[in-house]
Design a protein around this ligand. Sequence first.
Ligand SMILES: Nc1ncnc2c1ncn2[C@@H]1O[C@H](COP(=O)(O)OP(=O)(O)O)[C@@H](O)[C@H]1O
Ligand SMILES: [Mg+2]
Length: 248
Amino acid sequence: MRTIAFYSPKGGVGKTASAVNIAYLASSCGFRTLLWDLDSQGSASFYLSGGKPGEGKKISKLLEGRAPIADFIEEDVYPNLDFIPAHKSFRNLDIRLEEDERSLPLKEMLSPLAEETSLVVLDCPPGQSRLTEQVLKVADLVYVPLVPTWLSLNSWKQFHEFVCDKKLGAKKLRPFFTLVDRRKKLHRELIEQNSKLFDKPSKAMIPYSSAVERMGEEGLPLELLSPRSQPAISYRQLWSETRAELRI
Ligand SMILES: Nc1ncnc2c1ncn2[C@@H]1O[C@H](COP(=O)(O)OP(=O)(O)O)[C@@H](O)[C@H]1O
Ligand SMILES: [Mg+2]
């Protein structure tokens, strides 16, 4: 079982859209995939509602080891794609992980799935907390969507320093540009410097596109909604990079 995460300290940068598209691509390539929506806002459910995911469950029992993770999983929202929907109780997840000694680490919560699941995709909430540290511990790769602006590069720098200071595995980080608008000079300038700005950037860049915005309205991953669109092509590129890196 391999695990990837989509994380950013910022909200609204395309974490969920990316997590859903990559999880869908993985499942459609035959990998038994679990997408876990860790953000209490529950956005991933909107992007998957064509696959009719239901409501999430309160997380306490899972955190305390009183219920197996299987009880939280909706199987086959699409073929090979299992899903753990968010629940409003997830907003306390970082506090519970920080303060409650009975809480299991994320890694232990996921371990019973090791045999039947090939890939876990974690859709993380914004912010930087104990949950972020656990995500970094459990994930093989952490994708960090970045809008090409100086402020988001600054926030990336701070996050990168935090990961280095805490020795959480900076080598796992894969920044990639999202919401790219090539009509903007700054966007063009920054994406050209991709390989200079970061140690290990993803080459895939996701353009700003109304097709991605429509995912929420239509409740469909891009592969089903608009497979020929530019962002769908870019997500396929991101997925083939992921496969190559994970050697799956
Ligand atoms: N490449 C894109 N082009 C246009 N809109 C996008 C793109 N990626 C995300 N969005 C839109 O931006 C908003 C935030 O995206 P989302 O994936 O939910 O971000 P996050 O999970 O980081 O908060 C949503 O309305 C989504 O439809
Ligand atoms: Mg999100």
